[in-house]
Design a protein around this ligand. Structure first.
Ligand code: AVI
Length: 320
């Protein structure tokens, strides 16, 4: 039955996040309207993202895992043993074990804004790596934070796979890289995944798959607005679109109104004309040159870079 504890948990979890409300209302007030991609990842959105990573068109996840597998002996050589691994985003349970198996770390520091996510993944990794000290940090890693005392003088290795850096516009990406540098310190290493520029048709397909999973992921943002912010957004009136923006070297995801629409969010009225769009995500793609440039603007010097044979994705090792 429903224990009182359960009821309390349900209340806590459905309480609207004021930052989400602000992100949505401020974003829709912009011209053109744009809502930051971080708001995709509620429970449903995180599950849809997991489903995306299995799609035939979505190459980044499996390609990066392939690079980690193939290049691990070289990565281990370049990184050396005894590092404190700081894993930004609490760890992909597919990628982190490859790294921890490969490099003989001294300790593992997963960092995530969600304590629930952090504890769940730490529990899995504790079982998988029984001898490895794990020191989770609940923090917003877009800002510098203090490393746990256990890190001590161990040399540091930041791990930021997935090309998540690509979801930030360059000024924000540079800020994030600088903040990593502040947290990890001079002399630290950073292993970072960055997706590559390629045939636009393949890029668009990766973000507009035939099964429509990415479309559901995109539209889930509107459903989340309706669920959590008392929205009346007519979700079916919005079409998912993935566009390649060549001059800014990025895939953009949009939700395009298929007719004139009116709706309310948090009691506030909005209207959009047919054809108008809400810009929901950027996913920047890099060349070898632009990835080096971005990293160096963020205070990191590229030491090594690995790619898959087709050059679809890259894993870079940089030094602060
Ligand atoms: C999380 N991030 C790196 C993904 C990407 O490819 O930009 C998010 C995503 N959006 C649509 N498909 C995947």
């Amino acid at each position: 039955g429903n224990s009182p504890e359960y009821a309390l948990l349900a209340t806590v979890e459905t309480r609207p996040d004021p930052a989400f409300a602000k992100g949505v209302l401020d974003g829709l007030a912009q011209d053109p309207p744009a809502i930051p991609a971080r708001w995709f990842y509620d429970e449903a959105g995180s599950q849809l993202f997991d489903a995306i990573t299995d799609l035939p068109e979505y190459y980044p996840t499996r390609t990066e895992i392939g690079i980690l597998e193939t290049a691990m002996p070289e990565i281990a050589d370049a990184v050396g043993p005894g590092r404190a691994v700081v894993d930004y985003g609490a760890g992909s349970l597919a990628k982190t074990p490859l790294l921890l198996d490969g490099i003989e770390p001294a300790l593992y520091v997963p960092v995530d804004i969600s304590g629930v996510h952090l504890r769940a993944s730490a529990e899995v990794l504790e079982k998988r790596f029984p001898g490895l000290p794990i020191e989770p940090v609940e923090a917003d890693f877009t800002r510098p934070f203090d490393l746990p005392a256990e890190v001590g003088d161990h040399p540091r290795l930041g791990f930021f796979p997935g090309s998540t850096i690509g979801n930030l516009v360059p000024p924000s990406a540079v800020d994030l890289l600088r903040s990593f540098r502040r947290t990890l310190g001079t002399g630290a290493l950073l292993l970072i995944g960055m997706d590559r520029v390629k045939d636009p048709a393949r890029l668009v397909a990766a973000y507009d798959d035939a099964a429509g999973v990415t479309a559901r992921f995109n539209r889930n943002l509107l459903e989340r607005i309706n669920r959590e912010l008392g929205g009346t957004v007519p979700v079916e009136a919005f079409a998912h679109e993935a566009r390649w923006n060549a001059s800014l070297s990025r895939i953009e995801m949009h939700l395009v109104a298929q007719r004139d629409v009116r709706f309310e969010i948090d009691g506030r009225p909005f209207q959009m004309a047919e054809g108008a769009s809400i810009h929901t995500e950027n996913s920047h793609k890099y060349t070898p040159e632009s990835s080096q440039l971005l990293l160096s603007a963020g205070g990191w010097t590229v030491r090594r870079a690995w790619t898959d044979p087709a050059g679809d994705f890259s894993l870079l090792l940089a030094r602060a």
